[in-house]
Write a protein that binds this ligand. Structure first.
Ligand code: AMP
Length: 279
């Protein structure tokens, strides 16, 4: 049975018992509204660790848009039932005051990799992510942390953070889980209208086509322009960015000998969708 814990002190007691028995602890940080993408992380953690904690915390510090925070889906009961099917040991579901008690004054900022793309479009977002992830690693004392490639830039920020602060945790990046038509699973997808849902997979299709064209020798610029046109043509409201970047630093890259990643963000039905793929 997955047990629900809401206080850091209770969590520490449970984890201390596991650690005393020499068990390896994995953590899967989430904001809830769980879907198969999240569960794939939890399953991987189960396969690699003796104990698994999934955290469910809609972190106010990583929302640059108050409306997005308000509208973020919250489905605690269903989430815990899903975690139970995967055999997660603990759902850690703290209140905002438990994570940020009065007087909280520390922010973790990862420079460089957090600055372009999502960092530029969502000021403060990665400070919120880096701060909460550092705190969750501290609270859970996890040996291994599981993150999705769906949020590629976030994964690179966390990898940088763990190296830079010498945190004793191994970060594991897990494949993006997609719907049958290719749309990357996301908690925000439920906010799409049925018509929007019908068009949403064009984002993945367009960047996949662009990546194939680039590999076949087409110019990056041309391939990206065609992808943006296809996405707009399908009825998206706006393409925020489509960029080909160094997969690790997220800086512009025209070096085909380094791993590169195509990353995109676009708006549909007032919902912001992101995706990325290797090139
Ligand atoms: P979130 O609840 O959106 O903050 O996501 C929690 C974790 O699940 C993050 O590490 C995400 O990258 C990961 N995640 C979200 N969607 C997917 C997906 N479709 N496939 C794989 N991982 C995902």
């Amino acid at each position: 049975m997955t047990i629900i814990l809401r206080r850091v002190a209770e969590l520490r007691d449970v984890v201390r018992g596991w650690k005393a028995a020499g068990e390896v602890v994995g953590v899967v940080p989430t904001m809830g509204a769980l879907h198969d993408g999240h569960l794939s992380l939890a399953r991987r953690a189960k396969a690699e660790c003796d104990r698994v904690i999934t955290t469910i915390f809609v972190n106010p510090k990583q929302f640059n848009n108050p409306e997005d925070l308000k509208k973020y889906p919250r489905t605690e009961e269903a989430d815990v039932a899903l975690l139970n099917t995967v055999g997660v040991d603990v759902a850690f579901i703290p209140a905002p005051e438990e994570v940020y008690p009065d007087g909280h004054a520390t922010t973790v900022s990862v420079l460089g990799v957090s600055e372009p793309l999502e960092g530029r479009m969502r000021p403060g977002h990665f400070d919120g992510v880096a701060t909460v992830v550092t705190k969750l690693f501290g609270m859970t004392e996890a040996n291994r942390g599981y993150f999705g490639q769906k949020d590629w830039q976030q994964l690179q920020v966390v990898l940088r953070l763990v190296r830079d602060l010498n945190l004793p945790v191994t970060v594991v990046g897990c494949e993006t889980i997609r719907e049958a038509d290719g749309l990357a699973m996301s908690s925000r997808n439920v906010r799409l209208t049925p018509q929007g849902r019908g068009k949403a997979s064009i984002l993945y299709a367009a960047i996949t086509a662009a990546a194939a064209d680039i590999r076949a020798g087409q110019s990056d610029r041309m391939a990206i322009r065609e992808a943006a046109e296809a996405i707009r043509g399908a009825g998206f409201d706006r393409v925020e960015y489509i960029e080909l970047r160094d997969a690790e630093t997220l800086m512009p890259s025209d070096d085909p000998h380094r791993p590169r990643r195509m990353l995109a963000a676009a708006w549909l039905d007032g919902v912001r969708l992101i995706d990325n793929i290797p090139v």
